[in-house]
Write a protein of this length. Structure first.
Length: 135
């Protein structure tokens, strides 16, 4: 149908995926997908929120909610300050808050854990786009 054209197909990582020993980046390639009415040229990923996803203390979310993250692009880096985001690499993953000072950007989980943004590693950084939770 014509309405299917307006649905974005988004890889979905469940709480079980977060516990797996396999890299989440590898799992993304074979993950289940969800479809949502999002019209964008950007890439998205969906993650089931749980205690297994390290996140900032000021991030309010119910267990089992679905978090939708949008891939970062150079053209929107100036809009990241104080936004929630995700770092997802072969070795680690965590949520944090973007902190920007002049041209330096960090994704900060807490006082002890952060990741400095580098353009050559942009594929590992995501911005929180939406939160789907039961009301």
């Amino acid at each position: 149908t014509n309405s299917a054209k307006n649905l974005a197909t988004i890889p979905f990582l469940s709480r079980e995926d977060l516990l797996s020993d396999e890299s989440l980046l590898v799992q993304l390639d074979k993950a289940n997908v969800i479809q949502l009415p999002i019209q964008s040229k950007q890439r998205f990923i969906a993650i089931e929120f749980s205690e297994f996803l390290p996140n900032p203390v000021d991030f309010i979310c119910k267990e089992h909610s679905i978090l939708i993250f949008e891939a970062l692009v150079l053209e929107s880096l100036h809009l990241l300050d104080s936004q929630f985001g995700l770092f997802l690499s072969e070795k680690e993953f965590f949520m944090g808050t973007y902190s920007q000072s002049e041209s330096k950007i960090h994704l900060v989980l807490n006082d002890w854990k952060s990741q400095k943004f580098a353009v050559e590693e942009i594929k590992y950084f995501w911005k929180l786009y939406a939160k789907l939770e039961k009301i």
